[in-house]
Design a protein around this ligand. Structure first.
Ligand code: 13P
Ligand code: SF4
Length: 327
């Protein structure tokens, strides 16, 4: 029985019995219910450790599209769970805390995008996956940071394009593809805060270190990076490079997988985790905890629901993305 107070809070707020081995219980529930746990690289390390699959936004969508599980638990943020539901309407898609939103997705409202489209007839709309289903429904092709460049390059050179909502990713794409896409003025509150001064300070302190940055960072920050890429691309780059030390300019949750894959390399988050400020942590991603994950598996709530017509409209641009990515 789902309590009214849980509905109000957006997650199951039941105290965990003392002495319970949460990780073992979570795995037992997954077996019992044929559930899979998917986690983004930004979620807490203990969640990544208990997940069946950890990946970037593209890999999570690809994985959802092919899973045979009956239940998907998305340990990421709301738009990721929604993307899974769009691709897997017959599955139950759980999100441990319904409050796990995304400041970037919030920076673009569907009605505003629809109006902007009307004001710019003849433009194709590319939307970053960090958007609501309602925004995706107004979109021609969805992109993630892993495939955005490939998708932009797949369009005719004279195609007029609106890119929403991340102005930083859009600006970066314009610079590497030579396009002049119209950019929505949105951004991520975590990536926007990385400062040039701080990175220069770190570069001075660790001159041999390579700087890895996510394209959601501001252009001036990206200009200082040795490598710009999605979370998955950054990880692969760090693994392949001989360099022993990296300055990491993205959400600090990624350090968990970095350290796992490269135990002999040093990863320095900007700003350091040991400092007082935790502003390189996405507060939404951190809403996923082992306790909420356990409870949501136990009660099979909260889950993501979508109106069928909206789901159909939002599915097309995601499928287009998956098709182009597979080429
Ligand atoms: P990725 O596409 O690298 O998974 O990034 C998703 C995201 O939310 C970055 O802030
Ligand atoms: Fe959204 Fe930024 Fe959090 Fe990524 S890091 S989920 S873009 S708020």
């Amino acid at each position: 029985m789902i309590k009214a107070e849980w509905i109000e809070r957006g997650y199951v707020d039941e105290p965990i019995a003392p002495g319970i081995d949460l990780k073992a219980e979570i795995r037992r529930l997954c077996e019992e219910k044929n559930a899979v746990i998917m986690g983004h690289y930004y979620t807490r390390g203990e969640i990544q450790d208990v997940a069946d699959f950890v990946g970037d936004s593209l890999a999570l969508a690809q994985q959802a599209a092919k899973t045979t599980a009956d239940i998907i638990v998305m340990c990421g943020v709301h738009f990721m769970a929604e993307t899974n539901k769009i691709l897997c309407p017959d599955k139950k898609v759980l999100l441990p805390d319904l409050n796990a939103g995304c400041s970037l997705a919030d920076s673009c409202r569907a009605e505003e995008l629809a109006k902007f489209k009307e004001e710019h007839p003849g433009y194709k709309v590319l939307a970053y996956v960090n958007t609501s289903a309602a925004v995706k429904a107004h979109t021609d092709i969805v992109v993630t940071s892993s495939n955005a460049r490939k998708i932009v390059d797949s369009l005719p050179a004279d195609e007029k394009i609106i890119f929403a909502p991340d102005k930083n990713l859009g600006g970066y794409l314009n610079s590497v593809t030579g396009r002049s896409m119209l950019l929505w003025n949105g951004g991520c509150h975590v990536h926007e805060q990385f400062s040039v001064e701080k990175i220069l300070e770190f570069k001075k302190q660790y001159p041999e270190a390579k700087v890895l940055a996510h394209p959601e960072c501001k252009g001036a920050v990206l200009a200082l990076a040795d490598y710009v890429g999605s979370t998955a691309a950054i990880l692969s780059y760090a693994q392949a490079e001989e360099c022993p030390r990296f300055i990491v300019v993205t959400e600090s949750g990624i350090l968990h997988e970095m350290q796992k894959r490269c135990p002999n390399k040093e990863f320095i988050p900007v700003p350091p985790m040991s400092g007082e400020c935790a502003c390189n942590e996405c507060s939404y991603m951190r809403m996923n905890t082992l306790e909420k994950l356990y409870n949501c598996l136990k009660y099979e709530w909260p889950y993501v629901e979508l109106d069928e017509q909206l789901r159909e409209r939002a599915k097309r641009p995601i499928e287009r993305m998956l098709e182009i990515s597979a080429k």
